[in-house]
Write a protein that binds this ligand. Sequence first.
Ligand code: GTP
Ligand code: MG
Length: 212
Amino acid sequence: MASVPSDGSAGYLPETVTRSVKILVVGSFGVGKTTLIGSVSEIAPLRTEETVTQVSEGVDDLTGVDDKRTTTVAMDFGRITLNGSVALYLFGAPGQRRFWDLWEGLAEGAAGVLVLVDTRPGRLEASFEVFDQLELGIRLPFVVAVNHFPDTVPHGADELRTALDLLPETPILDCDARDRASALNALTALVQHALDVSADRPADVPQDIPVA
Ligand SMILES: Nc1nc2c(ncn2[C@@H]2O[C@H](COP(=O)(O)OP(=O)(O)OP(=O)(O)O)[C@@H](O)[C@H]2O)c(=O)[nH]1
Ligand SMILES: [Mg+2]
């Protein structure tokens, strides 16, 4: 399905690509957005990492990500080609609360949003506002991916759906942002969901994206 160039082509878009789709990746501080885009991108990802400063103290909860030294201050960018024909352009949002005003601009033209959540004790609450932001400001189809850390306690989808107040049709899946196949699986689920949602709005998303 996906390929990383090993032939020195520097990640030029394959000639077989006939469609391009913009995807936004959001989530609260430190959930693994930059990691996921880095794992899955077939080109060297663009990152805008800066050192976490004291400005973050008392604002962004560092619980569970104590070893995190850098944070995204503008966006991540990567690309993955599905089935040789559809290029997904991945835009990662900054997770620090003070940068959330950038999300709406980053969402422009996107077909859907992958929402990463960290369900560990003390971390899940940070995602509540993310969904407010999505529902009030961005209003695009989204899929929720639970990024598993070593101390993540598995929760049932129903339990999470209730905790996050999600609609019954919103897909929830597990992923490991460090794992390419897992990240790809989450993105594929999002494309499929965006297609399903757009059935009533044919202009939003190309209808013939091959999802394998
Ligand atoms: N164990 C484990 N660690 C992860 C995983 N994903 C990310 N990490 C680690 O968690 C930290 C957060 O990763 P980032 O990818 O920078 O998170 P982010 O969501 O981009 O963070 P901001 O841009 O600052 O909001 C890093 O230290 C990663 O190495 C995962 O799936 N499992
Ligand atoms: Mg980041």
